[in-house]
Design a protein. Structure first.
Length: 580
């Protein structure tokens, strides 16, 4: 059933079509696109400026409520039960952590993610319409490289923004039949010039089919000739990394390997020779003395590891430490205490130190990674106000390598190939300086050997090692056809722990919990109220913003009460703030 929804909520209409310089112009100051170069400039705004990292992290097992009793690791190495009495950064965090509909419209909220995602899609749609007008009857394949490249970027941007939105506001893809039962998102493909447009959320299968259609067309027309700053656009490697992630979520493993190989080289022993140069270069971290330095390193286009960078307006860096919801306790140990035969204490695993996480106080009170260091844009330096930005590393070679390892394991049970990729990844986590390595790994064999990894992550170790599962039957809660055999459990345990570390703070852990059916829970408040989440729980689909629901679009949670807490007054998403 189609629903009518205000255009200003679903996809902010651009009544003019031009580059970012004209985005603030009034409708009567319409600017005409006259050539492909104008469209290319416009496409610089076809990327969402909302950061979904915090919303997804606080909805996952990477964040805990430190006002609830939890086991904290002290500098002595002992674990003791503690609880704090801290305020929340915002009401939104209280709601999201308890899987309630978020009632405020602010940075990092579902409303900002939804609105910014559809705004980027609207830009892509306008670009495609203008390119269609310019080429007339000429087939796209026969147009100039510049025009083909513009089509590719618009199609890939449209596909990717829908992909992010469906994985947040809907359930994970299960299979073609089961996902027809799950509500998807509206797939917008046309520029809009009406106040009200008819939209249908359709279903997840249909949404994925349309994403795939745009993705494959974008790959067909791909051309990088338009880009002066390659990594801020859907360049070839970023496009193929997107394809690999899409097909991993869809469980089309042969295509995951095909697209990952385009970026990483063939998944043969000979083809992996060039991998070290593509992965994160930890040695540069020793040159950093503060968070700003680290931001330049982690988020920089000079890192070969970074494939696509997206600038966002976000307060995630501020929310992460010093407030009620934090990465602490077991969550912290599970993310950073991952080094198999290494010490399990969170303050000295080598990769964690090289990551240069930051904390509040000298106890297990909450940590955050330099991966999400904030860049502050001053609008008034004297008053100290402006906008906080975080540059998202949307695709990286290291995360892509782990995707390929998972596809090798689950696609054709290539355990040797899977382990070659996992060992290459593990080696990359120890390429920082010898001084750092010796300080924090004295007496340890680094990196761990294959046999040590297989021993540590074996199902028999589940009782002693918190990140080890005795089986992976949870996937069958997503789909009965999603079966991980007993012989694959050890390797899925390795992949899961490595992915949790690699994707921490990005929000992708939430997507992994959904697509793999991993059960987890949130403990809330001094009374330790539990919120248990299992595979395909309705609460795994983030509820739509209140304005969208009020306009008539279907709830994300048809099996639950989606209206509770949705009556609060909305707040503007773009308000300036001080630099503190």
């Amino acid at each position: 059933m189609k629903k009518y929804i205000s255009l200003s909520i679903l996809a902010l209409s651009l009544s003019f079509t031009s580059c970012k310089d004209f985005l603030d112009k009034a409708p009567d100051e319409r600017v005409e696109l006259t050539n492909v170069e104008d469209v290319v400039m416009l496409l610089g705004t076809a990327y969402s400026d909302a950061n979904y990292g915090w919303m997804c992290e606080i909805s996952s097992d990477n964040i805990i409520d430190i006002n609830a009793p939890y086991m904290a690791t002290q500098s002595s190495g002992n674990e003791i039960e503690v609880r704090f009495n801290l305020t929340s950064y915002a009401l939104m965090d209280d709601e999201a952590y308890r899987f309630k509909p978020v009632t405020t419209n602010e940075s990092d909220s579902p409303a900002s993610i939804w609105e910014s995602g559809y705004k980027a899609i609207a830009v892509a749609n306008h670009a495609i319409a203008e390119l269609d007008r310019m080429r007339g009857e000429t087939p796209i394949a026969q147009t100039s490289n510049a025009m083909k490249g513009a089509y590719a970027e618009a199609l890939l941007s449209r596909a990717y923004n829908h992909f992010v939105l469906v994985n947040i506001f809907s359930h994970a893809y299960r299979d073609e039949n089961l996902s027809r039962q799950d509500v998807g998102i509206p797939y917008s493909t046309s520029p809009e010039d009406k106040v009200h447009v008819s939209y249908d959320r359709e279903n997840v299968t249909t949404t994925y089919q349309k994403i795939q259609q745009d993705l494959e067309a974008g790959l067909e027309y791909l051309n990088e000739s338009n880009y002066k700053k390659l990594k801020w656009h859907f360049n070839a490697k970023a496009a193929h990394a997107f394809a690999a992630r899409f097909y991993l979520y869809k469980r089309d493993y042969a295509k995951v390997i095909e697209h990952a190989n385009y970026v990483l080289g063939d998944n043969t022993t000979e083809g992996r020779v060039g991998l070290p140069a593509m992965l994160y270069d930890w040695t540069k971290n020793d040159d950093a003395t503060n968070a700003t330095d680290m931001a330049e390193i982690w988020q920089g286009p000079d890192q070969a590891n970074n494939l696509l960078l997206v600038a966002t307006y976000s307060r995630q860096w501020r929310r992460a430490v010093g407030y009620r919801y934090a990465t602490a306790g077991k969550a912290l140990r599970d993310i950073y205490g991952h080094l198999t035969s290494c010490s399990r204490y969170y303050w000295n695993p080598c990769a964690g130190v090289a990551d240069k996480f930051y904390w509040d106080g000298n106890s297990d009170h909450g940590y955050k990674s330099s991966r999400i260091c904030e860049r502050f844009e001053y609008t008034d330096k004297v008053a100290g106000i402006g906008y906080p930005h975080i540059i998202r590393r949307e695709f990286t070679c290291t995360e892509l390598l782990l995707e390929r390892a998972e596809a090798e394991l689950l696609g054709n049970n290539d355990i040797d190939g899977c382990m070659e990729d996992l060992i290459a990844y593990e080696i990359s986590r120890y390429n920082f300086s010898e001084t750092t390595k010796n300080r924090y790994s004295s007496g340890l064999t680094l990196p761990p050997t294959r046999s040590a990894m297989e021993s540590w992550y074996a199902p028999s170790q589940a009782a002693d090692h918190s990140n080890v599962r005795a089986d992976w039957n949870c996937t069958q809660g997503v789909s009965p056809s999603f079966v991980i055999s007993a012989s694959q459990v050890t390797y899925m345990n390795i992949i899961n722990e490595m992915r949790r570390y690699e994707t921490a703070w990005t929000g992708l852990r939430f997507f992994d919990l959904k697509r793999l059916g991993i059960p987890f829970s949130h403990t809330y408040g001094k009374d330790a109220q539990k919120f248990d989440i299992t595979a395909h729980d309705p609460r795994l689909a983030i509820e739509l913003p209140a304005e969208v629901l009020l306009s008539g679009l279907e709830t994300s949670r048809p099996a639950s009460s989606a209206s509770d807490g949705n009556s609060s007054e909305m707040k503007p998403a773009g308000a300036q703030m001080s630099n503190n």
